[in-house]
Write a protein that binds this ligand. Sequence first.
Ligand code: ATP
Length: 508
Amino acid sequence: MDYVVEMLNIRKEFPGIVANDDVTLQLKRGEVHALLGENGAGKSTLMGMLFGMYQPDKGTIKMNGSEVKITNPNVANDLGIGMVHQHFKLVHNFTTTENIILGIEPKKGLTVDIKSAAQKVDELSKRYGLNIDPYAKIENISVGMQQRVEILKMLYRNADILIFDEPTAVLTPQEINDLIEIMKNLIKEGKSIILITHKLKEIKAVADRCTVIRRGKCIGTVDVKLTTEADMAKMMVGRPVSFAVAKKDTMLGETILKIEKLSVQNNKKVLGLKDFSLEVHAGEIVGIAGVEGNGQSELVEAITGLRKIEGGTIRLKGKDISNYSIRERINAGIAHIPEDRHKRGLVLDYTMEDNMVLEVYNKKPFSNYGLLNRQAITDYANKIIKDFDVRSGEGGASIARSLSGGNQQKAIIGREIELDPELLIAVQPTRGLDVGSIEYIHKRLVEQRDNGKAVLLVSLELDEVMNVSDRIAIVNNGELIGIVDAKTTNENEVGLMMAGVKGGSKNE
Ligand SMILES: Nc1ncnc2c1ncn2[C@@H]1O[C@H](COP(=O)(O)OP(=O)(O)OP(=O)(O)O)[C@@H](O)[C@H]1O
């Protein structure tokens, strides 16, 4: 059999956890091979070993039939293995070309030959349909484009084996379609791809075979054409997963959040949100649907106090909180699951325990007269970790950075829901989560609403907004286009409104 890469009987332990236990993955030349598994199942660890970031404790790696020792990422590069990481590794004030050549700069005498490098970047970009400007700065291009720079980095180094670690988690639906086309082009040009993703739809759309791992162990490799999404989900979680969200009828209570004529500037100092009004009641989930960058971040940051407002008012249970500090807003009952779990969700170098009390450490029983009560903090953190099935080697003592992306996300969601807030703002809450965890998180959001709390859900996943929300507010270009009832609307109507076609109602 023509395998370009074979990872055979691989084992890797971290303190307190066997991340990979006898895992085998064989990559055929010219295939897209999906790697599927729950959060913390050991996917990134396995790929980390193929990319030379970790060494296996046991097992062998072969390339084209011969055993190789991939002792560091430079060796991986030399062997033609490239990786696009979950969190990009780019220097923001460098240009695309500067990022791509970093570490392997072509020289003319003593100076770096940027011109010839930019020319090569341009050629590669055209050949693979990537549409990258070789002189654009990273900070000025979209996340989707930044990812293409990561792809170009691999191509520039002549990689033939391309590893994509959850590449679509940060992309918009259009960017996802583009990436799928790019992958197909790469295969046509003779590359082989390993794709880590939680999205079964994408596996169906682009992968040939799929290897499933659960809690570090290999469950099997299947032919994607012959396997349904439900079967793959079951292999991965070990039980059938329900994709539908079960909900009782809403029992609307008082108005919790009342936004009137809100205007907020965006990062470019123009109005990112204009004259925006919305109400969220106790006992309902209001979803915000829109293409990324249409005012969602400005809205969330204005409510949570992360961004100054230009005009209008924000009321929580009738009280004007427009000028409250962030802490005052938390104390008033607002909780926030942020979009960027690393930048705003966690202090990555703190333990999980400390991360779980970031908003409450200064309160009883966690502190008394300025002294921390470690036992109370441990107990509180352990409860969240258990309830939300946050998996890591050393539980609350684990450093946040060492947790898998999905487990970091579950911990943040647990921390915010545990506050039992009057208003829970959930931004992309299930980004990077496996289907089993998504099912659980959706249940918990619905539970908040059933307990008479208000939930504001912001998501780029239309399916999620449609399934979880009671009402859907659609934004386009910073304006409220309309509000629709989730029970009676359909994807077509919401899609049109997202494109700016007015519909629905402007009131509650
Ligand atoms: N450097 C590390 N130190 C300690 N533990 C680690 C380290 N890297 C990973 N782990 C642990 O190994 C397990 C597997 O993590 P890994 O990141 O491989 O999971 P994953 O399948 O990629 O998950 P996700 O889908 O959430 O990204 C997790 O329990 C994680 O906490």
